[in-house]
Design a protein around this ligand. Structure first.
Ligand SMILES: Nc1ncnc2c1ncn2[C@@H]1O[C@H](COP(=O)(O)OP(=O)(O)O)[C@@H](O)[C@H]1O
Ligand SMILES: [Mg+2]
Length: 328
């Protein structure tokens, strides 16, 4: 499998009035061509920070960042500002969390596409731009006629489709989607997710699909990366439908158990007791220590071993489960 994007040893700390607060710790993952890699974790676990760091959107005065993000041959943290502008949207595009509310209210949908396309392809004629816009809108199952509309004239689901079509405008290899359907009702959510899956297959895109919802990601992604308090705990190829013999990290087990189970006509929800830790007060050991049903004495202070393999479980209590596929 070919690598579309590699994230290597990413550490991110926000600069706050109280000093640096470490939000991402030693994140390494590989996204392959033609796959959907899910990223799941509770609110505050650092998912949006990861997405924005991959796009190199933080100015140095906002966050201190070390590590590498390699897209194609380019390390986004060493390329020139000009190359970075080219790489964004053309090689790696992003659908931001809540971006359907970030469309410019005073310009038409067509103008959004015109601006995006012309910024990268200034030679395009008006006719070519219209043609491309029509194709993009059709790809997300919108009528090309809505190009004349303004954002407020469209429903939330339609605006979210517009945002996805905009991200596809420059035919990227990698698409990062941060909670692309969270603000939508369940029926609209399902149909947009189906379209994302179809577009991914058709374009053989590499998609990083970020959500707090394990079951949603599990229905689409080939692999699922589980984040907790800014660290990757597991990358698994087995979602919630895998049989009980598949081992998961204790935190992943908790996430799966927290999905409402239909038991006859009753619904059971087993949450994970306790709350995520304060990121400013994390120690050296496993961040899940306080809540973990399988914790050992060593887990409190012994750092988790680094992993950048295709699938793994980072857990002192489950030392033998790493599934290999080492990548150099
Ligand atoms: N600009 C910022 N400055 C300081 N802390 C931030 C900033 N943005 C996010 N955080 C903190 O970083 C942590 C991770 O946030 P975020 O990446 O948004 O998580 P998620 O997307 O998983 O909900 C949270 O504790 C949040 O409060
Ligand atoms: Mg977020």
């Amino acid at each position: 499998m070919n690598v579309a994007m590699a994230v290597e040893h990413l550490d991110v700390a926000y600069r706050t009035p109280n000093g640096l607060v470490s939000v991402l710790r030693d994140i390494s993952l590989t996204l392959y061509h033609d796959e959907i890699l899910g990223v799941v974790g509770e609110s505050g676990s650092g998912k949006s920070t990861l997405a924005q760091t991959i796009m190199r959107l933080f100015k140095p005065d906002v966050a201190s960042i070390t590590g590498r993000v390699v897209v194609g041959e380019q390390d986004l943290y060493t390329v020139s500002p000009r190359t970075l502008r080219e790489v964004r949207w053309r090689d790696v595009a992003m659908v931001f969390q809540s971006s359907m509310n970030a469309l410019n209210p005073v310009i038409s949908i067509q103008a959004h596409f015109t601006d995006t396309l012309l910024a990268h392809l200034p030679h395009l004629t008006a006719k070519e731009i219209e043609e491309r816009t029509r194709n993009l809108l059709q790809q997300v199952r919108l009528s090309p006629a809505i190009a004349r509309n303004y954002p407020h004239e469209l429903s939330g689901g339609m605006r979210q489709r517009v945002v996805i079509a905009l991200a596809l405008a420059l035919d990227p290899e990698v698409l990062i989607m941060d909670e692309p359907t969270t603000a939508l009702d369940v029926v609209v959510q399902r149909s947009i997710l189906n379209e994302i899956a179809a577009i991914q297959r058709q374009r053989r895109l590499a998609v990083l699909l970020i959500s707090h919802d394990f079951s949603l990601v599990s229905s689409l992604a080939q692999r699922i990366a589980v984040m907790y308090a800014g660290q990757l705990m597991e990358i698994t190829e087995h979602g919630m439908n895998s049989d009980a013999s598949v081992a998961h990290h204790p935190y992943t087990e908790g996430l799966i158990a927290a999905i409402p189970q239909l038991l006859g006509n009753r619904v059971r929800i087993d949450g994970i007791p306790g709350d995520p830790p304060d990121l400013a007060e994390l120690g050296t050991g496993c961040p899940f220590y306080d809540r973990c049903p399988k914790r050992l004495a060593m887990c409190e202070t012994t750092p988790l071993p680094p992993r950048s393999t295709k699938t793994f479980i980072r857990c002192h209590a489950m030392p033998d489960i790493e599934e290999g596929n080492h990548e150099g």
